[in-house]
Write a protein that binds this ligand. Structure first.
Ligand code: ATP
Length: 445
């Protein structure tokens, strides 16, 4: 076990400090659905913004969309989800538990001592039966077969069905991509591990449309680019690896996961998939809709159905990876109590700087408020004047704030403040007027 298991500590920190709460907690909670609190929503938004920047805004060959969650039910027949989006389910006649037959090693039997389902002598597992993971509901007032619709189990299909709309309206030429961030729903048999596997989650997906024959080189490009993105948001390279799929879907030409080491018994798990899906999706939608989904290459007077290279990452799963990656407990020299730090990459930290008045007198709170108000339009900042400075530092360390600015008695006289760095604990004395530039320089990248 290379990294310690920090999950229980994180769950409690996330609740205490307002990152993540259990959904409908006052009613006893809903199975594996989570709500993001004030700091969690900022963290996840920063990650989504970094993805959107890398995949859409900074490039001229990828367009963004925001498709609806509810789609025509035929979409899910064409995509193969109605027939094939199933997991094998087993029940235990003794404990009444339900488990995914292919992931028994990830599940816990409720009997003591703690073991995997099937490992106690009392366990009585049924044969596996196939269970479709799509949530079904009804469109309109009649609950009948003709009005069944599904909550989308992935965002990708909204991109495939809009392929020509986007290509023609944006006048993109192959190769080009379409990207989207949005909610997806899966009625997972054994959700768990906090926000790792939930029934409602967010995906960040990009489909890159390429000419058949050039797909292998585009696949290599995206495999590399996506790993670099995970490095850029601060995930430790030694906790990341590629894993080739052992079994490829019949239409897939290549498939790799990017795995992150969550520590403890969970260990390395998929956070992103990169797939060469051939022309499967567009061809299936052509067949089921009766509408041509071909690309016309005008200069070469050539028509073809493009191949698709897909990158698909879970916003919640990458948020969990960022939390696990950032969590550390440290001794502090000269102090009895250690500190807990979320050492986020500055670009994803929910609060970039906290401003403190050393004491509540002699004009210090006024000056500190002024500084916080001046910085707020540029960076998310927090103002805090309660408790000892040591306690205030510790509160900010625990939520990953990279810089703490303290206004003391001298500040009021000479206009300088101290800035303390979360990681090095080094303190700089600088002019309050220079704060904005000082922070900008250190927070970018
Ligand atoms: P798994 O094998 O873990 O069920 P998958 O291979 O079905 O995942 P994909 O369909 O490739 O996953 O989904 C792409 C990404 O969406 C995953 O890498 C993951 O980050 C995220 N994801 C998928 N299912 C869930 C879920 N139930 N909860 C949170 N994130 C999810």
């Amino acid at each position: 076990m290379s990294h310690p298991d920090v999950m229980d500590k994180l769950v409690s920190l996330c609740k205490r400090r307002g990152f993540i709460f259990q959904s409908s907690e006052i009613y006893g909670g809903t199975g594996s659905v989570w709500d993001y609190g004030p700091l969690g929503v900022e963290l996840k938004k920063n990650l989504k913004d970094r993805w959107w920047w890398a995949m859409v805004r900074s490039r001229d060959d990828i367009e963004g969309i925001d498709a609806a969650i509810l789609m025509h039910p035929r979409v899910w027949e064409a995509s193969g989800h109605v027939a094939g989006f199933v997991d094998p389910l087993v029940d235990c006649r003794t404990c009444k538990g339900r488990f995914r037959a292919d992931k028994l090693e990830d599940a816990q039997c409720p009997q003591k001592p703690s073991k995997h389902p099937g490992e106690h002598t009392a366990c009585q597992l049924t044969d596996a039966r196939q269970f479709n993971l799509m949530f079904r509901t009804f469109m309109g007032p009649l609950e009948e077969t003709a009005s069944v619709v599904y909550l989308r189990p992935e965002t990708a299909q909204g991109i495939f069905v809009n392929f020509l709309n986007v290509q023609q309206s944006s006048r993109q030429k192959v190769p080009f991509g379409i990207a989207q961030i949005g909610k997806a729903f899966r009625n997972e048999i054994t959700p768990g591990n906090f926000i790792f596997r939930t029934r409602e989650f967010e995906q960040m997906e990009m489909q890159f449309f390429v000419e058949p024959g050039t797909d292998a080189e585009h696949f290599e490009y995206w495999k590399d680019a996506r790993m670099k993105w995970h490095h850029a948001i601060g995930l430790s390279p030694d906790r990341l690896r590629y894993k080739a799929h052992e079994q490829l879907a019949h239409y897939a030409r290549a498939a790799f996961d990017i795995e992150f080491d969550f520590g403890g018994t969970l260990g390395f798990q998929e956070i992103e998939g990169i797939h060469n899906r051939s022309d499967y999706d567009l061809s299936r939608h052509q067949e089921y809709s009766g509408k041509k989904l071909e690309y016309f290459d005008q200069p070469r007077n050539k028509r073809y159905v493009p191949f698709v290279i897909e990158t698909s990452v879970g916003a919640d799963r990458v948020t969990l990876a960022a939390l696990v990656n950032a969590y550390r407990e440290e001794e502090v020299a000269g102090e009895e109590e250690g500190r807990t730090v979320l050492g986020f990459h500055p670009s994803i930290a929910p609060i970039k700087a906290a401003v403190f008045a050393l004491t509540k007198k002699d004009g210090m709170p006024e000056m500190a408020h002024r500084i916080a108000n001046d910085l707020r339009p540029h960076f998310p900042v927090d103002y805090d004047e309660t408790g000892s400075i040591g306690k205030r530092y510790r509160r900010q360390d625990e939520v990953g704030t990279p810089y703490c600015i303290t206004v003391d008695g001298d500040s009021v006289k000479d206009g300088t403040v101290t800035v303390r760095d979360r990681d090095t604990l080094k303190q700089d004395r600088i002019a309050a007027d220079a704060l904005s530039g000082y922070l900008r320089e250190r927070l970018q990248g």
